[in-house]
Design a binder for this molecule. Structure first.
Ligand SMILES: C[S@@+](CC[C@H](N)C(=O)[O-])C[C@H]1O[C@@H](n2cnc3c(N)ncnc32)[C@H](O)[C@@H]1O
Length: 173
């Protein structure tokens, strides 16, 4: 498949830093980024975990730049790669951010006017649960001046004692 002619620079937050996740075959280092790189001209993958960034760098994918950075760091705004992204993907990251709403505002400003923001997270039914509620994501998109394309439960993942619902949300400026 030919790659798009113009630069597409998603932030693919690379795979989990938590040792817990290491033995989980569903969470491998940079798996999502590897797949995105097949279809994108340029991919910027970031994570606060040096170990995860190292693992992705070892894959030596030509069109992937992986960097260890905290997306909440104000310096991110002046990073050379913080350009006009066509796609920003946050896979199971937003629930872990100390201030999801503020970070989302920052990411929204990094998108081109035609760009898309995509996130998926555990879906919480009430705010006390870990994850994000549909209301919270909807409100956060509004606050960040993002138009929702889709917000909803995508599927449920089986865990030890119950099914855990997963939300997928897609937005544009
Ligand atoms: C649950 S893991 C998800 C990993 C992977 N994206 C996936 O879908 O399997 C959450 C990841 O987000 C990263 N992370 C959390 N807060 C971050 C931040 N403020 N800036 C950059 N990365 C962050 C963590 O280091 C961790 O690797």
């Amino acid at each position: 498949m030919p790659k798009p002619p113009h630069p597409i620079s998603p932030i693919g937050l690379v795979d989990g830093a938590v040792p817990l996740a290491r033995h989980d075959p569903a969470i491998g280092p940079g798996l999502l980024t590897v797949k995105l790189a097949l279809f994108m001209r340029d991919v910027i993958a970031i994570d606060t975990s040096p170990a995860m960034v190292d693992m992705l760098q070892q894959k030596e994918i030509d069109n992937v730049t992986s960097t260890c950075v905290d997306i909440d760091d104000p310096a991110v705004r002046s990073a050379p790669w913080f350009g006009e992204f066509d796609l920003i993907v946050a896979s199971s990251v937003c629930s872990f951010l100390p201030n999801y709403e503020t970070t989302l505002g920052l990411l929204a400003r990094a998108l081109r006017t035609t760009g898309y923001f995509v996130q998926w997270d555990w879906l919480a039914s009430v705010v006390q649960e870990f994850g994000l509620t549909l209301d919270r994501v909807t409100q956060a998109f509004e606050n960040a001046d993002l138009s929702r394309v889709h917000i909803g439960k995508a599927f449920a993942a089986a865990s030890e004692d119950r099914e855990k619902p997963v939300l997928i949300a897609v937005a544009q400026i």
